[in-house]
Write a new protein. Structure first.
Length: 303
């Protein structure tokens, strides 16, 4: 009887050792997560409920608890409301353009371009990994009054505008930079989805007389819905938190026409309004969570 039960303690000891080893490997990640994510997030939530300013850092006990006053003041601030609308414009325009460009290129690489496919894939993905500061400097030069874009327009008989100083034109340029930087990510994800579609499905459809358009409409697009959901959520999260493009190209100008919520948060933090900037960052977090939930609700059942 004792012999039959003896392996159980040994198994428990092995299981305990495996658990200890697993926690040992997880410890570095947990420490980094706590130090750089969890603790700052909880601290920012606390700051958003106070009137903390840069001048209060020497007298931390003079900070008062204000509850939701910072959030109320945010939505009473015309600049913040304008920046929410600007961010919404980034999402509404930027996401479809980025997904459309990425899908078109993925489709071309998957079925149309056979030779040098790897070269084209690398070239199209290059903007994703290119230094954004260097890219922004090039774009500033290209779109200044004497830049490349206006020279090309002048060569065909059109007078180029001052793109980045015009409130009506600066936003399209900033969105275009965001699309150019991110269509490579969409392309790679769509290409992976296209390559996962079984070829015999297309062969069977072709035998039934389905042309390329019908195959695209009735086979490719339905089978790519999971990939489409993932790409749309990733791009929406990016554009809701867009910061680099407006900051580097226009710093939110002219007249705040390109300022995003993330850039507003940065400006408030730079001005020493720590409570207000923390509240704005949590509004961004809520926007990301809400929009992502809506996307999953609308598309998940179809996938």
């Amino acid at each position: 009887m004792t012999t039959a039960l003896s392996p159980r303690p040994a198994r428990r000891r092995r299981s305990t050792r495996r658990t200890a080893v697993a926690w040992l490997f997880m410890t570095p990640f947990l420490l980094v997560f706590l130090l750089y994510t969890a603790v700052p997030t909880v601290a920012a939530l606390g700051f958003s409920l106070t009137d903390l300013r840069g001048t209060d850092l020497r007298h931390p006990f003079a900070v008062d608890f204000t509850g939701l006053d910072n959030y109320v003041r945010l939505f009473q601030d015309d600049s913040f409301v304008r920046d929410i609308l600007n961010t919404g414009l980034f999402v509404v325009v930027g996401v479809p353009l980025t997904m459309g460009a990425g899908f078109a290129l993925a489709l071309a690489l998957n079925s149309g371009i056979r030779r040098l496919r790897g070269v084209f894939r690398t070239a199209f993905f290059a903007p994703v990994v290119t230094n954004v500061v260097a890219v922004a400097l090039i774009w500033q030069y290209a779109f200044n009054p004497n830049g490349t874009v206006n020279k090309v327009l002048g060569a065909v008989g059109f007078a180029g505008p001052n793109w980045l100083d015009d409130p009506n034109l600066a936003m399209p340029v900033v969105i275009l930079l965001g699309v150019w930087r991110n269509f490579g990510t969409a392309m790679v994800l769509f290409l992976a989805g296209l390559q996962a579609v079984p070829r015999d499905v297309y062969e069977a459809a072709a035998l039934d007389g389905a042309g390329r358009w019908r195959q695209l409409r009735h086979i490719t697009l339905p089978l790519l819905l999971p990939t489409t959901l993932m790409v749309s959520v990733l791009l929406t999260v990016f554009y809701l938190q867009v910061f680099d493009e407006p900051y580097l190209l226009t710093n939110g100008g002219p007249l705040g026409s390109t300022e995003s919520v993330a850039l507003y948060t940065y400006h408030q933090f730079g001005a020493g309004e720590f409570g207000t900037s923390s509240a704005a960052s949590f509004v961004t977090l809520l926007l990301v969570a809400l929009v992502s939930a809506v996307q999953f609700r609308l598309l998940r059942s179809r996938t």
